[in-house]
Design a protein around this ligand. Structure first.
Ligand SMILES: O=C(O)CCC(=O)C(=O)O
Ligand SMILES: [Fe+2]
Length: 313
């Protein structure tokens, strides 16, 4: 159930961030409205036990061999103690099915990021919904000694600029992040910090560190966040704790993907996934006609079957 903000950090009154008890067996409908409300009000929501401990182990085991070979990253945006694995849909079925495919996460994305368009084709009125799609996948391990990232918004990649609003308006968002903890994520070992309510600010306003709070997680917990919220990874000041986080973002169906899913994953691996996840990865038309291949729905390339859509061309 919702509690008062238990994220820690700021001395100042901030919009409430809900902390909900989730669990793989808790019905989605019991949680959905609470998550949506928390995201609208504060831009973030914490979910305890989002995935089970068995799933955490499965995920950690799946990615361990990739971390063994991982190298430091080239950009200063990530501390040199950071290792990141990308292209995760083709690397772990547990990640694809139980993190990205999590029904609550999918519903939250559909709520905030489905676009609808009514338009005219001559005298005919048309209706085109565009579903959200996967924007990026990465698993990162941040070792002791890592310095803090600077506060930023992740929707900068879409060149978004928004005016201030007093309450959330549907259509404002370009993405939603899901951070699932593979290890404990604490203020000491560098937990994600964010500014509740900053998704409603004028985008010309700079972030203020003194307003940031920390999303502390136990393994299996998750933090969802609108990508218009100021946030960052913090310094890992522990002596011996690695922070491992499964990070996934969803975005608008008509926007270019941050991580190019068609090139980041082996097609043979993608073919093994359920059709709804293939579509979510971008093998789907964004209606009315974005993303076609040979004037057809790209899902045909995976299924080898004729498309049902075709008509708009
Ligand atoms: O390290 C984190 O918790 C967040 C990382 C992040 O915001 C980013 O890499 O864009
Ligand atoms: Fe970020």
């Amino acid at each position: 159930m919702a509690q008062r903000t238990a994220v820690t950090g700021s001395e100042q009154p901030l919009p409430e961030v809900s902390i909900l008890k989730a669990g793989e067996r808790v019905p989605v409908q019991e949680l959905l409205q609470g998550v949506i409300e928390s995201l609208k009000i504060s831009g973030g929501c914490l979910l305890r036990n989002f995935i089970s401990q068995e799933t955490v182990k499965e995920l950690n085991d799946d990615f361990a061999p990739y971390f063994d070979k991982a190298k430091p990253l080239k950009s200063d945006f990530w501390a040199k103690e950071t290792r990141r694995i990308t292209g995760c849909m083709g690397k772990s079925d547990a990640y694809a099915l139980k993190v990205v495919g999590n029904e609550l996460w999918q519903e939250v994305g559909r709520h905030f990021l489905t676009s609808t368009l009514h338009w005219w084709l001559g005298d005919e009125q048309k209706y085109s919904p565009s579903n959200p799609q996967l924007n990026n996948t990465s698993v990162f391990k941040i070792r002791p000694g890592a310095t803090a990232q600077s506060l930023h918004r992740d929707d900068i990649i879409c060149h978004v600029h928004r005016p201030a609003v007093t309450s959330h308006e549907k259509g404002r968002d370009y993405g939603i992040g899901l951070f699932v903890a593979g290890t404990r994520s604490t203020r000491r070992n560098g937990a994600t910090r964010f500014i509740p309510g900053s998704h409603l600010w004028d985008y010309a306003e700079r972030p203020r560190e003194e307003l940031a709070v920390y999303a502390e997680l136990e393994p299996g917990d998750a933090f969802m966040m609108l990508s218009g919220c100021y946030h960052a990874g913090s310094a890992n000041t522990s002596l011996d704790e690695e922070r491992l986080l499964y990070s996934t973002f969803t975005g608008r169906g008509w926007c270019r993907q941050e991580e190019n899913q068609y090139l980041a994953n082996e097609v043979e691996r993608v073919k093994r996934l359920p059709v709804h996840l293939q579509k979510f990865m971008g093998w789907e038309l964004s209606l009315p006609f974005m993303g076609w291949v040979g004037l057809d729905d790209p899902i045909c390339l995976l299924s080898g079957e004729e498309s049902e859509v075709g008509g708009y061309f």
